[in-house]
Design a protein around this ligand. Sequence first.
Ligand SMILES: [Fe+2]
Length: 307
Amino acid sequence: MVKASAAKVSAVRASVVQPEPWRIDPAIHGAGLGLRRGLMAPLSEHADAVASAVNFMEVAPENWVGLGGRWKRRFAEFSDQYPLVSHGLSLSLGGPEPLDMGFLHDVRHFLRDNDVRCYTEHLSYCSDHGHLYDLMPIPFTEEAVHHAAARIRQVQDFLGQRIGIEHVSYYAAPGQQMSELDFVCAVLEEADCGLLLDVNNAYVNSINHGYDAAQYISGLPGERIMYVHVAGHFDEAADLKVDTHGSAVTDPVWALLSHAYAEFGVLPTLLERDFNFPSVPELLSEVRQIRALQSAGESAAGGAAVR
Ligand SMILES: [Fe+2]
């Protein structure tokens, strides 16, 4: 693992505003749901059932910044009722081009205007002289650790708050010099940022790259986890899974979520479903499954503190 020097780490910590970075706002607890435009109408039709199952919602700022009129009013219906977290798509934290400060300016306003409790992004890149429209893996190298960490610190300094980074699913590892786990841990340490744990990404990567997903999760710094993602994937072959967010969560992924709770305590957890939407009752049954595993995790811990 790449370790930053103690002096460097303390200098990084001194440069960021908040002293308790990865203690997410207590309003974010229990089970959450990703709010997609295609889900808004059906969720509104089942408003009471949704309210009884869902504690918080996640939005992508790219989908909502600058919107007015009908969509703004629809968004307000949800932002007024649910605590929000924000999960970005296009910041390209690992990319070669300068960060889009104009976009970050809009994000800062979006977070404040909508009382968004935390902002997370992908540990990947999606632009290189234009948008690549996909999340590309950063090479697992020491140079890339420094590059990504510096950009994360730049974002944190600009926003005046810690952000969380999500370890992404990847299908090739060009120029790999260290393990994925060592890479992610090194970036977290050097950037002194939070972690968005995605148990489906861990599962997909573990199959595609031949490692033990539970061991991978146990190796992550649990104290940095802001919240957790759970999602479905596509089974292309026995040794190839594709992270699609377009189907139901599978049993091995639920098992990894339980493993994460056993390892780190119960954490706020959000269901990502991006297309091929099922009926709302079916969707909520998955949200309730999160709650059931959280209850089991609390019982197993003997009523220990729940985040
Ligand atoms: Fe995710």
